[in-house]
Design a protein around this ligand. Sequence first.
Ligand SMILES: [Zn+2]
Length: 120
Amino acid sequence: MEKRMCLACGELVVGRSDKRFCHDACRNAYNNKRNSLPNSFVRKINDILKRNRQVLGKILGKEKMQKVSREKLLSKGFDFDFFTNQLSNAKGQIYFFVYEYGYLPLDEDVFLVVRQKTSE
Ligand SMILES: [Zn+2]
């Protein structure tokens, strides 16, 4: 039988196979921490970034670069307020990156989606 450790304190959990905590107090402590404000704030932003990354990844597919309209990005749930980093190229154009996917505003309504070259 597989040994399970309590998610809150790391003690061995005995009992039903779906039990994740050694004690009610541990479950409560864990859930309180998980739902605390700073954590839920971080989770919310992570969720937005994840969705943005997914949207860019889907648009790019297997292409190296792909033009897309602002309208299409918005319709997929893209949130322009959230990105992970910015990179500027030799021309001084600024790309907004969400993890490995980036976009360059070509004008008000058109963006060029790219994938960051990785060294691997
Ligand atoms: Zn515990």
